[in-house]
Design a protein around this ligand. Structure first.
Ligand code: ADP
Ligand code: MG
Length: 208
């Protein structure tokens, strides 16, 4: 499905997409948070981009572990440790690998979700990034018999729907939970950034 070189390309494109959506993500974080989600992730992925040349010749596990550690150490706010944990957990499923098949990616997503759930003590339906991640993985598992591009496309559609489904939710985790019922009516920033990141992977797999 993807080679090491394509993983590097995906990470570079993730940094570009986050940078491009910096203001959008920060605006989503304004009414229910502290207006920094786009700023946080842009800082983190810029640091990732700077690190990539030092690990580009390593196995995919090492590359993703570096991404996770970089996000944890450079991103202030909840999303740094959460995305950092996601990449670190995913990296454990890619140790020694120089290419990934769809099944590897599904295992990595599974591990990433478990990590986010544990670290954030959250589950689906609490208006967080999990509301995009979990339905995306379920849709990709359901479509795993199809081509990787089709499975990723199904996952992306489910992530987009999950992201929209956060709007009527009451936030019960993270900063937005301080608002209680006033968090209703707002799309979760983390569910949105996850959907953007998955979109990069889906596009790369589509283009091959
Ligand atoms: P902060 O809330 O510290 O300012 P960010 O604004 O960068 O951090 O990220 C906020 C996003 O992090 C939320 O939109 C949500 O998706 C995610 N998030 C916050 N807390 C949790 C949690 N406990 N579990 C899962 N995701 C969470
Ligand atoms: Mg914030």
């Amino acid at each position: 499905m993807v080679t090491t070189a394509q993983v590097i390309q995906i990470l570079e494109k993730m940094a570009q997409v986050i940078q491009k959506n910096k203001d959008y993500l920060t605006e989503l974080d304004m009414p229910i948070g502290d207006s920094d989600h786009g700023i946080n992730l842009t800082r983190g992925f810029q640091a990732v981009t700077a690190k990539l040349p030092t690990v580009a010749d390593k196995d995919i596990g090492t590359i993703l572990k570096t991404v996770g550690m970089t996000l944890v150490s450079t991103v202030g706010g909840a999303s740094g440790p959460l995305y950092g944990t996601a990449f670190l957990r995913a990296s454990g499923k890619a140790t020694g690998k120089s290419s990934l098949e769809l099944n590897d990616f599904l295992d990595m997503m599974d591990a990433a979700i478990e990590g986010v759930k544990m670290r954030g003590k959250a589950t689906v339906g609490e208006q967080t990034m999990l509301d995009a991640m979990v339905p995306a993985l379920e849709a990709m598992k359901a479509a795993a018999g199809q081509s990787p591009a089709q499975a990723l496309a199904a996952g992306l559609t489910a992530a987009q729907e999950g992201m929209k489904a956060t709007i009527p939710m009451v936030a019960t985790k993270g900063r937005a939970s301080y608002l209680g019922e006033r968090s209703i009516g707002h799309q979760d920033p983390g569910a949105t950034s996850f959907t953007l990141l998955l979109g990069v992977i889906a596009q790369q797999v589509q283009e091959g």
